[in-house]
Design a protein around this ligand. Structure first.
Ligand code: SF4
Length: 389
């Protein structure tokens, strides 16, 4: 974790999906008739927020399914954002797309509107997995969407995959990874499947509709992901995220240019502003968030009020816990002298016993001013963080 990277990120949440996937707990609705009112409200929120103290080098349009919006809508959103916020001309502008909602023309149009990074929610190339996840697209449609994105000229393409799906085997997961690598994407996010409370799949789990994968197999899939992707030129920089290594003009190998600039904001304590229903913002030490309800969001903005649902000011202790959690998520770990300087503490002394214990268990490495988790340690990120509290 590197503190004080002061360039900010702007996130815009598009709260619509064609159909809800039963495992997903992101806020979205399938009632697309609210789109026009939502787009007006979003423009109003941008105009009212006008955060001019910050300089932004990333804009991320996520959701939900932003690709349910047409080219004109995306073009308007980007233009309004550029009018209301100080966004660098070199900013990374990412759009999340669902393969079941895009055409070649659309992808070309989004690029002309300024999008320079596409994140494609493939999740799996295996039909049985896609059926289980109840995705709206087939494996072939996912492959087409990636090809179209490449043909449309995107030079920064990310693919999202999910592992740990019931009945998945190591060989079927490897097949998914190989299918993704056929396209040599610049970025891969591999998320561990989880049963999020409140989702239909969580209910199914409680009703024993299916059996989750045993924990040791999920661990094996995680380790397989790390070793397979590393062997194929992808650098893991966060628990679930991998960037493709490239050789730069000075012949130096680095994956830095393919790292998601926007997501790094969340993990490095950089400021970010979130717009749209359910979006969160953080400008240290303040965190504030919007209503997770499109109708309420529209109502508030129509009445001339920002759609804030809550805010909190994080105490020094809360910030330290966050710094540990966010630092340990990243492979570079916690940069100890920066941590000490920021909080006026001696991290190593404070946590000497815990560090020695975790090192003995092969879950942590403490060396050269870095405190980071081993590949295995990353599997226990949450429980390890609690040991530092
Ligand atoms: S398409 Fe994405 S955001 Fe929408 S329900 Fe499915 S996983 Fe969630």
């Amino acid at each position: 974790m590197t503190f004080n990277s002061q360039l900010a990120g702007l996130y815009i949440h598009i709260p619509f999906c064609l159909r809800k996937c039963p495992y997903c707990d992101f806020y979205s609705l399938t009632d697309l008739s609210l789109q026009p009112a939502f787009l007006d409200a979003l423009a109003a929120e941008m105009n009212m927020t006008r955060e001019l103290d910050q300089v932004f080098d990333s804009l991320y349009i996520g959701g939900g399914t932003p690709s349910v919006l047409n080219i004109k809508n995306i073009d308007n959103i980007i233009k309004t954002a550029q009018e209301c916020f100080n966004i660098l001309s070199s900013a990374e502008i990412t759009l999340e797309v669902n393969p079941g909602t895009v055409t070649m023309e659309q992808l070309k149009g989004y690029r002309q509107a300024g999008v320079n990074r596409i994140s494609i929610g493939v999740q799996s190339f295996n039909s049985a997995n896609l059926d289980f996840l109840q995705r709206i697209h087939s494996a072939e449609e996912a492959q087409m969407a990636i090809k179209w994105a490449q043909k449309a000229g995107y030079e920064n393409i990310g693919i999202d995959l999910i592992y740990g799906i019931p009945d998945q085997t190591t060989s079927s997961w490897l097949k998914d990874l190989r299918s993704a690598l056929e396209f040599r994407p610049q970025h891969l996010s591999c998320y561990m499947f989880s049963f999020e409370p409140g989702t239909p799949m969580h209910k199914d789990l409680q009703n024993s509709v299916f059996t989750p994968l045993p924990e040791d197999l999920v661990c094996e899939l995680f380790e397989t992901t790390q070793s397979f992707l590393n062997a194929n030129g992808y650098v893991q920089y966060e628990t679930s995220n991998f960037a493709r290594e490239v050789i730069d003009a000075s012949e130096i190998k680095s994956a830095q240019s393919n790292v998601s600039r926007h997501n790094m904001k969340y993990w490095n304590f950089s400021p970010y502003i979130g717009l749209g229903p359910s979006a969160h913002s953080f400008i240290e030490p303040l965190r504030f968030w919007n209503h997770s309800n499109v109708k309420k969001y529209i109502q508030e903005l129509s009445a001339g009020r920002l759609p804030r649902a809550g805010k909190e000011s994080l105490s020094r202790e809360q910030l330290m816990i966050e710094a540990v959690y966010l630092g340990l998520r990243q492979t570079k770990g916690i940069v100890v002298d920066e941590f000490d300087k920021k909080f006026g503490v001696n991290f190593e002394k404070m946590h000497a016993e815990t560090i020695v214990d975790l090192e003995k268990k092969g879950l942590m490495v403490f060396s050269k001013n870095r405190c980071s988790l081993t590949s295995r340690g990353m599997l226990y990120l949450d429980s390890i963080t609690t040991q530092f509290i």
